[in-house]
Design a protein around this ligand. Structure first.
Ligand SMILES: [Zn+2]
Length: 495
């Protein structure tokens, strides 16, 4: 973030409701939450907008609704609310929750489509054009299926060979925007982070000739979607609908939020949707003559206890189960302390109890307990110099880590300060100093306990974006009129 920056717009992808919330969605959402909380502290709550939501259209959704014997909108409401409720339980601080089936979104997307239809590309062609889409159509499914979905050339659900079918669709002339997108990614006008992902995108852009993408499908193959405003037999197809959420949520084109917060400062996503965000999305925005997102931050795939997460293996983790066991703050800590952002790594869920006991029960919780107990016993709950806001080197360091999306290092730095404070206490032995009557020992006792309190406050402040509730509890304990050991442990031990 540059110095003069005075607002931050952070987005997660909108999650497709063909799936229920799992730890992968939670990971992206927690990162966005940490960033949002951090920047609210830094530049003020009014200047931060954090958006998440659900992607609710497409043939898969209408099919799932049929399986559940539900009306499609009722099905969408049901799964979307699971995401909404999960983020509530995880104490996620999003400012907006956009749903692609909301009237607001649908209306604005129709306006965007109408606009695009009138616009020209940088070299003067129509942005949208009608052409033939050719695909493999399974009569059993009554929809197009992908070559990759076939088994032995047949639809796996119907065991029949699909037929080649053509239909007239509308296409977005991506090809005219490619040179400009390459230049903007190269020059970091759109920063693709980490660097390896930037190179991957540039590889795709420079080495492959990307086809234009279709923005509509006949209602026969995609019955659940936004109507194409000028053709009632077609629905808007996937990407214009889904990607537009980042501006419809801000009430594009005239809303106050749009004027204040667009362009997005950080758009978070998993690797699988990078291509659409780094290529299709800038093209759509350029066509609309809108500023481009500043940074796309991509995290890798991860495994659970060294295994691919899959329904068959039964290792899909619902974030609600973690919250039930650990509470929202600890769940966030355990997930983010696993690996650095952007790498493809493992979430070691079977080690969560041991990690929790080591870092939070024996580390932070114990430091709070022993420090407050000694201040209570030896100094009647008073330290001679109450903590004041001052230059805080830990907060500064952790802030730098967060701005570089290096959440794991931020947490390692905080844990190191906890260890260091414990070591000071062990070295100075306040329990021995308290037995001595001389003035020098008394001063030393006050000094070491005061320094511990100051450090703990600094630790709590640095932890705020990660563990907002636990941090505030610690701050309340340490800034009370009289400091006493908390009646209940902050982090109860897990057996
Ligand atoms: Zn079929």
């Amino acid at each position: 973030m540059n110095k003069e920056q005075n607002k931050i717009y952070i987005t997660t992808p909108i999650y497709y409701i063909n799936d229920r919330p799992h730890i992968g969605h939670a990971y992206t959402t927690i990162i966005a939450d940490v960033l949002a909380r951090y920047y609210r502290q830094k530049i003020g709550s009014d200047n931060v907008f954090f958006l998440t939501g659900t992607d609710e259209h497409g043939a898969k959704i209408s099919e799932s609704a049929i399986k559940y014997n539900l009306d499609t909108q009722d099905f969408a409401d049901m799964i979307s609310s699971e995401f909404f409720e999960s983020w509530k339980k995880l104490d996620i601080s999003n400012n907006g929750f956009i749903r692609t089936t909301s009237e607001k979104h649908k209306t604005i997307v129709r306006d965007i489509l109408l606009k695009l239809k009138e616009l020209k590309t940088p070299i003067g062609n129509d942005v949208l054009y009608e052409s033939e889409y050719e695909g493999l159509y399974c009569v059993g499914c009554e929809k197009y299926i992908l070559e990759s979905e076939l088994i032995d050339g047949k639809c796996p659900d119907h065991n029949r060979v699909p037929e080649k079918l053509k239909e007239k669709n509308w296409f977005f002339r991506l090809s005219d925007f490619i040179p400009s997108i390459i230049e903007k990614i190269k020059s970091n006008e759109i920063e693709v982070f980490p660097e390896t992902r930037k190179n991957e995108v540039l590889g795709i852009l420079e080495k492959q000739s990307l086809p234009d993408f279709s923005i509509s499908r006949s209602i026969k193959s995609v019955p659940w979607g936004i109507d194409l405003p000028w053709d009632e037999n077609q629905k808007c197809y996937v990407w214009v609908d889904a990607l537009s959420n980042y501006i419809t949520a801000l009430d594009y084109p005239d809303g106050e939020n749009f004027k204040k917060f667009w362009p997005a400062d950080i758009q978070l996503m998993a690797l699988e949707i990078l291509k659409f965000h780094a290529i299709f999305w800038p093209a759509i925005l350029m066509a609309l003559d809108l500023p481009l997102p500043k940074k796309l931050a991509i995290h890798g795939f991860f495994t659970i206890d060294d295994k691919k997460m899959s329904k068959t293996l039964g290792n899909v983790i619902n974030p609600n189960d973690l919250v039930e066991k650990y509470g929202p703050d600890v769940t966030k800590y355990l997930i983010l302390s696993q690996f650095g952002f952007g790498s493809e790594s493992d979430i070691n869920v079977s080690e969560f109890p041991a990690k929790y006991n080591a870092d939070l029960v024996n580390g932070l919780g114990n430091l709070v307990n022993r420090t407050t107990k000694m201040v209570e016993d030896y100094l009647s709950g008073n330290v001679y110099e109450k903590y004041e806001i001052r230059e805080d080197s830990l907060l500064e360091l952790v802030g730098e880590n967060i701005e570089c999306l290096d959440f794991r290092t931020a947490l390692i730095n905080i844990m190191a300060t906890i260890k260091l404070t414990d070591q000071w206490i062990d070295k100075d032995k306040p329990w021995e100093l308290s037995k001595l009557e001389d003035e020098e020992s008394k001063i030393k006792l006050e000094k070491v306990l005061n320094a511990s309190i100051v450090n703990l406050l600094s630790i709590a402040n640095a932890l705020k974006p990660f563990m907002p509730n636990k941090s505030q509890e610690i701050i309340d304990i340490l800034t009370a009129e009289k400091i006493v050991k908390p009646e209940f442990p902050l982090f109860p031990r897990i057996g």
